[in-house]
Design a protein around this ligand. Sequence first.
Ligand SMILES: C[S@@+](CC[C@H](N)C(=O)[O-])C[C@H]1O[C@@H](n2cnc3c(N)ncnc32)[C@H](O)[C@@H]1O
Length: 237
Amino acid sequence: MHALSRQPTSNQEHMHPKLAATVRRHLEAPSRKPVASHNAAALELLLQALADQPRPLVLDSFCGTGHSTAALAQQHPGHLVVGIDKSGHRLAKQPDDSPENTLLLHAECEGLWQMLAERDIAADYHYLLYPNPWPKAKHLQRRVHGCGGFFWLLQLGGRIELRSNWQAYVEEFGVAMHLAAHPGGVSRVMPVTPLSLFELKYMESGHELWAFTGAINASTQALSGQPLAGRTWLATP
Ligand SMILES: C[S@@+](CC[C@H](N)C(=O)[O-])C[C@H]1O[C@@H](n2cnc3c(N)ncnc32)[C@H](O)[C@@H]1O
C-alpha cells in the first residue's frame, strides 16, 4: 500500500493565459538544443537495438521505473517499446520480468525526441504517463506542451496518449495539440489495471485521472503547412 498522494494544487484557476502564445512561439521557431553526451549515448543504444532487429517503435516517455514500459511491451509484441526517463534511480527499479521487446533509456525526453526527429525516426504510439505537472503558473514552460520539446514530440508522429491526475494539464495539452492542427479528445479514464506505479498510487488515493488521446497526422507539419518531405518512417504513421 502506497502513502496517499495529494492532488496538484495550482495558483492557476483555468487554462494558462499564455498557453496559446507559448505554443505558437515554439511551433514557429523550434529550439534546437546542443546534444548532451548522455542523450547521444541513449540514442546509440536505440539505433543498435533497431539495427539488431528492425521493428516499429512505441515510446513511453517519462517512464519512471519502466513498469508501464513492460506492460506496453506485452500489449505491442511486434514493436520495440522504449521507456525514457532522466532518473537512473527510477530506471534501476525496472521489473525483472520485462519482455524482450523492452528497452529503457537514461535520457532527457526532449533531447532524445529532437535527435530522433532529426533522423526521421517516428513512433507508432507515444505514451506520456503522468509527466511532472509543474502546477505553478510560472512553470508553464516546464510542461510538455509549454516547452520547446513539444515541437519535436509532434515530429515523431503516432498515436498519442497523455495521462495526468491534474485535469487542467490534460486540457492544456489538448488545446496545444489543437493549435498544432492535431486535435484529439480529453476524457476521464478509469483503468481496471493501473498501467504505471504513479497511476496505481493516484488510483489508491482516489484521484480523478484524465487522458488526452489523439493521433498525429504525419502528412502535415504543425502550423507551417509544409509537408514532411523526404521523411523515411521506420514505423507506419
Ligand atoms: C510523476 S513521474 C511518472 C513516472 C511514470 N510515468 C509513472 O506513471 O509511474 C515523472 C517522471 O518523469 C521523469 N522526468 C521528469 N522530467 C524528465 C525529462 N525532461 N526527461 C526524462 N524524464 C523526466 C522523472 O524522473 C519521473 O520519473
